[in-house]
Design a protein. Structure first.
Length: 154
């Protein structure tokens, strides 16, 4: 028996994962089934590279679908934490050099460094969780302790 664990997500993150799951099931799955059918009609399957590739693609796709189904089934949308840092919040921090950076804390399933989305389980994200504007937070970043001052939480 498997134990299902709650997966915390932002509302946007849950919606995006549901859309991706729908796309994989309704578009990609039929595409791969069609490729398998066309490749199988070419004859001897033991030496049919297109057939074997399509079957591998199908296996990867079904793994992605199973993972997304698990996440969506066990998803819980993070509640607003008020003025505290939590999942879904935008946090502006200032480091020791005075430079400021804004992050959005998200679940590990929503991380996107290009957008400044960091996981609540990352070293910085985990250290910021529960803090408020004005708090100072120590973070171990690659073996070096850094001090961040929280400028704002939105």
């Amino acid at each position: 028996m498997t134990v299902d664990k709650t997966v915390m997500l932002t509302a946007d993150g849950k919606r995006e994962l549901e859309e991706k799951l729908h796309f994989l099931k309704r578009v990609k799955r039929p595409e791969i089934a069609d490729k398998i059918g066309r490749a199988a009609s070419d004859g001897d399957l033991s030496e049919n590279g297109a057939y074997h590739q399509a079957k591998e693609d199908q296996g990867r796709l079904e793994g992605q679908i199973a993972e997304l189904e698990y996440i969506v089934r066990n998803a819980e949308v993070a509640v607003d934490t008020g003025d505290k840092v939590g999942i879904g919040k935008h946090v502006t921090v200032r480091d020791e050099s005075g430079s400021e950076k804004t992050y959005r804390l998200v679940s590990s399933h929503e991380v996107d460094a290009t957008k400044g989305y960091i996981s609540d389980r990352s070293p910085i994200g985990g250290a910021l969780m529960g803090a408020r504007a004005g708090d100072n937070v120590k973070v171990d970043v690659r073996g070096r302790e850094k001090l961040f001052s929280i400028v704002s939480v939105q």
